[in-house]
Structure formats: structure tokens, C-alpha cells
Design a protein around this ligand. Structure first.
Ligand code: SIN
Ligand code: FE2
Length: 217
């Protein structure tokens, strides 16, 4: 009874918006477990610190990154790839926390992708001014699984284009707790994040954290 009541209150504060065929924006979906997520995030960053990776072209990324799960996404002068070992520590990436996994699986399910089982979670940290240029997520072995992308902290403008780099991206304001799931016909859509505006988030301060869940292998 009480649980049902909480469920319906939580559901009322959420909304679900199809932004393209195969892509869904779940507003506020992560909010009910924000405390667990943030506590787990602190643990991860202690074991595998945020770092500014270098692109194959030799530029340091403005977004600081770390990973958890069996595989982590890395870039250096040699290229982009997934690796089971953190090159900074020489150790495996921290395990994917059960709260992270459950959230990603539930979000995928809600978006129409039942059975999603992520083996990689890239953790992106944006400080004011940091951005992510338009790109496709295409370092995964196959594209059957969707991408599940969780936003925490400061709001950001998410750019969601199409299959061609030249497709004009649409802009979506993503807030703390929002999740975007894209797969199927949109799995290889170009996407990015506009430079982060300065601000102060009540829990996370002057930053935005993004968790990107993927099936890498
Ligand atoms: C990414 O595409 O890896 C990040 C997307 C985001 O930060 O919302
Ligand atoms: Fe991406």
C-alpha cells in the first residue's frame, strides 16, 4: 500500500518522451536513487581517478573520465578502445555497482530494450566550459544493444543529430536524474554536449556527471 503510493508519486513526477524512433528521454528517472549513485561514484573515483585522456590527434579532452565495469573506454595516441585494465593504475576498473547496473537495465527496459546487460560504464565529469564534440559511439563490438546515458549534477544541453555528421542536431536540456536511451535505428546517431554553463548544483556543486552504459563486447 505504502510502496504503491510512493510508486505513483514517483511516477507522476516523471515523464517519458520519444525523441526519435528508438530514442527515449526519461526525465527524473535516476532521482529516486541519487544518493546511492553519488556514494558509489565517490568510491569509483577513489579507486580509478578522473583524468583528462588524450585523443589520437594529441588533444587533451575537456571532459575528465573514468570507468567502472568489466571494460573501460579509453583513448590515447594509439586510438580509441575498450580495455579491462585502467592504464593509470594498472588495475582492473572498479566493478559496476549493483545500483548502477539496476538503473541502466530498468531504463533500457522502460525505453523498449528489454534484456540490456551493460559490461562498461564510462563516467564523464564536466566542469564549466567542458564539452563533448559531435561523435558516434562505435567502438563497441556490435550495435544491437542501446546506449543508456544518465545525467547528474548541473544541467547541460545534449545535442542529438542523425546518422550523418552534417545532420543538424536537436538540443535537449538534460537535468539531474534525466536518462537518455538510444538504440535501434538511432544507435549510431551523432551526439554531443554543448559547453557546460557555470552553476552550482545542490548535491554535486560545480559539475555535471554523466554515466554512459554500454555493451562493449
Ligand atoms: C557521451 O556521449 O559520451 C557523453 C554524453 C553526455 O555527457 O551526455
Ligand atoms: Fe557518446
Amino acid at each position: 500500500m505504502t510502496a504503491d503510493l510512493f510508486e505513483s508519486v514517483a511516477d507522476a513526477s516523471r515523464s517519458q518522451e520519444t525523441i526519435a524512433e528508438g530514442a527515449v528521454l526519461l526525465r527524473g528517472f535516476a532521482r529516486p536513487i541519487e544518493n546511492e549513485l553519488i556514494a558509489a561514484l565517490r568510491d569509483i573515483a577513489q579507486q580509478a581517478p578522473f583524468r583528462h585522456m588524450v585523443t589520437p590527434g594529441g588533444y587533451a579532452m575537456s571532459v575528465a573520465m573514468t570507468n567502472c565495469g568489466s571494460f573501460g573506454w579509453v583513448t590515447d595516441r594509439a586510438g580509441y578502445r575498450y580495455d579491462g585494465i585502467d592504464p593509470l593504475t594498472g588495475k582492473p576498473w572498479p566493478a559496476m555497482p549493483p545500483s548502477f547496473r539496476a538503473l541502466a537495465e530498468q531504463a533500457a527496459d522502460r525505453a523498449g530494450y528489454a534484456g540490456f546487460s551493460p559490461d562498461a560504464c564510462l563516467v564523464n565529469r564536466y566542469q564549466p566550459g567542458a564539452k563533448m564534440s559531435l561523435h558516434q559511439d562505435k567502438d563497441e563490438q556490435d550495435f544491437a544493444a542501446p546506449i543508456v546515458s544518465v545525467s547528474l549534477g548541473l544541467p547541460a544541453i545534449f545535442l542529438f543529430g542523425g546518422l550523418k555528421r552534417s545532420d543538424k542536431p536537436r538540443r535537449f536540456r538534460l537535468e539531474h536524474g534525466d536518462i537518455v536511451v538510444w538504440g535501434g535505428p538511432t544507435r549510431l546517431f551523432f551526439h554531443g554536449v554543448a559547453p557546460l554553463a557555470d552553476g552550482e548544483h545542490a548535491i554535486l556543486g560545480r559539475q555535471r556527471i554523466n554515466l554512459t552504459f554500454r555493451r562493449a563486447l
